[in-house]
Design a protein around this ligand. Structure first.
Ligand code: WT7
Length: 684
């Protein structure tokens, strides 16, 4: 079955199997206690309505109508979708628009220049607000600064900044010029930054001296310096925002202060329209190999989808809501739901620089109280962390302004969902569990608030205009009540347009598993999913060698190659083990080189290697635990059996070992680890 239009899929669910009716009625009885229909008051005032699903029965006509309604086009499009060169899609290709104009100028021209665009809160307690008129003025100046540094349409600019307003201003200034940004999360190492700069061929890097995190300044400019040291790169200039006030080195030819150039920049800048398919950004994400993929997004289709989803999934009333998405702009959630979606919709939002626990564990709730946040979007890992700390912390703050909560990044377990709704949402707010990916650009599967009766733990239904399916390995749709692989069956406007510099990998990674479907290739998301008896979708996590740690994607292969690059290590295997707080945690198994095994204790080796991975890739990739072992479990053809290592890492009885080349290996590993009782690294 293809689920594309039904709010609850009740009608369709009945068709799966002859006796599904009976099964469904039992199941829906069980669910009755567990699902939360929207209140009549919420529904009456809701932005979304059930009609949207019917309107989207022709997805192309639906997206065209949404795009015309939500965006201002410099040249209106006539062509909606060109899928003749599938899987390379072109949406609205004969139209032109300026993305930054859509996020800024037009709101000012419509008389909303005095509305707050961003309430920014610095970690040390400093704060600053920008109206739409002020933000527009800043972006115009920044566009002139970048043009002065030689940036023209199509050029790539890397951004390596903390969560400060300049990050948003820089992204929009780049977009305004038709240039392409590549934001690199500030937690990534010099080496990771360099790889991304080289792959994109960036001409300019925008960074800061440092940013605030956990009560301290962490340096950023020194990391950029390290990234650019050595072989010459494509980078001609580095623009530095002053934030940390930390000491930094300076290259006079290459470096300039942001405030110097902004101070003398022309305040006038007229936005020019660019083709809808002109690249907007590249964002690197981990795949199943060691090399990160540069996911490419373009302008018109992407902006249409993020504007539509931001408005309808979050029930946005731009005149009255205060919206807060806690994601960093270094991730796709920050691109789509801090920058482009909210600003295209003229929303007022909060942006916070630091960590949730600084200077006290109630910081997030204090911010919600301070700004009267009404819509809040965060990751399950944070919710679980707060749940562990106890409700007395949020209970100290007035959270009654909240009227809608969102979740993103990984499955949210029903216990955390209920806690979120009851403790943070006062037992009344709808929760939207939103499934999507860096590649999808915007939200794909989510309840619609005011329409869908929400179910703790399930992302439930594809949005209007989105068509997904759950298939078995042979490409057959699974019946309700079963699990399989999640696929997207029709092109959608925010879809990635490719992998930067690597069209073959794009086709191979996403479109080859179900390439021969009758209506064209299907997009394979890499996630497992289960359909319940109502036809609602439950996401089950990745089915490939990609891990999800605190909602961030990490590749086992990338961490393995980092480990074997260290002189201690002969061989390594990395698995994602279930973790109560972070969803998954990185657990590594290493075999030390013979000459090292004598010289260094397993404890010391583990510590050294954890730091090695942290400095090579970034702190998020640092394994929680590294086990030093004598052997790794392999099949006769030499493939490492990660399933068995996951059993060990999760403290389970080891599963079937009969396909191992040497069936005693797992017993040896288990015994060895039991005697060492696991060398767990300190919590960060
Ligand atoms: C992977 C994408 C989407 C922005 C943040 C992560 C997992 C994401 C959910 C959800 C269950 C989810 C999937 C997906 N995921 N949202 N609501 N329920 N799983 O973006 O780094 O591109 O990772 O995150 O496994 O494939 P990303």
């Amino acid at each position: 079955m293809t689920m594309s239009t039904n709010a609850n899929n009740e009608a369709e669910a009945g068709h799966h199997t002859p006796n599904a009716g009976a099964a469904r009625s039992i199941d829906s009885l069980q669910h009755r206690g567990k699902s939360y229909p929207p209140s009549p008051e919420f529904t009456a005032a809701a932005v979304a309505s059930a009609d949207l699903y019917a309107e989207a029965s022709d997805p192309q006509a639906f997206w065209a109508a949404q795009s015309r309604e939500l965006l201002d086009w410099a040249t209106p499009f006539a062509s909606v979708l060109d899928w003749t060169n599938a899987p390379f899609a072109r949406w609205f290709a004969d139209g032109t628009l300026n993305v930054a104009y859509n996020c800024l100028d037009r709101h000012v021209l419509a008389g909303n220049g005095d509305r707050i665009a961003i309430h920014w809160e610095g970690e040390p307690g400093d704060s600053k607000s920008f109206t739409y008129a002020e933000l527009t003025a800043e972006v115009k100046k920044a566009a002139n600064v970048l043009a002065g540094l030689g940036i023209v349409a199509g050029d790539r600019v890397a951004i390596y900044l903390p969560m400060i307003p300049e990050a948003v201003i820089a992204m929009l200034a780049i977009a305004r010029l038709g240039a392409v940004h590549s934001v690199v999360f500030g937690g990534f190492s010099a080496e990771s930054l360099r790889t991304r700069i080289d792959d994109a061929g960036a001409k300019l890097v925008i960074t800061a001296d440092g940013g605030w995190r956990k009560g301290r300044v962490f340096p950023l400019k020194p990391t950029v310096d390290a990234a650019l040291a050595g072989d010459p790169s494509t980078v001609e200039n580095v623009l530095v925002v002053r934030r940390g006030e930390n000491e930094i080195d300076w290259w006079g030819e290459r470096d300039s202060w942001w405030h110097d150039l902004m101070g003398s920049a022309d305040a006038e800048h007229e936005a020019q329209g660019f083709e809808a398919e002109s690249p907007l950004f590249i964002l690197y994400t981990s795949g199943t190999t060691g090399k990160p993929k540069g996911i490419l997004h373009t302008s018109g289709g992407y902006l249409t989808q993020v504007a539509f989803t931001h408005r309808n999934v979050f029930d946005l009333k731009p005149e009255s809501d205060v919206y807060w998405c806690t994601a960093d702009v270094g991730w796709v959630t920050g691109h789509s739901y801090v920058v482009y979606g909210p600003l295209a919709n003229g929303a007022t939002q909060v942006m916070y620089e630091g960590t949730p626990d600084t200077p006290h564990a109630g910081r997030w709730w204090e911010i919600i109280q301070k700004y009267g946040v009404s819509i809040f979007y965060a990751a399950p890992t944070a919710i679980r962390t707060f749940m562990k700390l106890g409700r007395q912390i949020p209970d100290e703050f007035d959270l009654t302004s909240l009227r809608l909560l969102g979740s993103v990044g990984e499955p949210i377990n029903p216990e955390a969902w209920n806690w979120y709704r009851n403790v943070i949402g006062g037992g009344k707010t709808p929760i939207v569990d939103t499934w999507w990916q860096t590649e999808t650009g915007g939200i794909m599967i989510s309840p619609l608030p005011g329409v869908t009766a929400t179910k703790p733990g399930s992302a439930q239904v594809p949005l209007p205009g989105i068509a997904v399916d759950v298939l078995d390995d042979d490409g057959r749709a699974v019946p309700a009540g079963s699990g399989g692989l999640l696929v997207i069956t029709k092109p959608w406007p925010g879809m990635l347009r490719g992998i930067w510099n690597d069209p073959e990998r794009f086709v191979e990674t996403y479109w080859s598993k179900f390439a021969d479907a009758p209506d064209g290739p299907l997009y394979f998301a890499g996630d497992g999913a289960r359909l319940d008896e109502d036809g609602d979708i439950w996401l089950l996590g990745r089915v490939d060698d990609v891990m999800n740690v605190s909602g961030h994607r990490l590749s086992t292969a990338e961490i393995e190659s980092s480990l074997v690059s260290h002189p201690f290590v002969a061989e390594s295997a990395v698995v994602g083990a279930t973790d109560e707080t972070t969803g998954q945690a990185v657990v590594a198994f290493v075999i030390l080189r013979a000459d090292q095994a004598e010289a260094v204790s397993p404890e010391d080796a583990s510590e050294v290697l954890r730091h090695h991975v942290g400095s090579q890739i970034g702190a998020i990739a640092r394994p929680r635990t590294i086990y030093v072992v004598g052997e790794l479990p392999k099949t006769r053809s030499g493939k490492i059996m990660r399933r068995l290592l996951r059993d060990v890492a999760e403290g389970r009885e080891v599963g079937d070992t009969t396909t191992l080349a040497d069936t005693t290996v797992m017993q040896v590993i288990s015994e060895r680890l039991a005697s060492a009782a696991g060398k767990r690294g300190p919590e960060e």
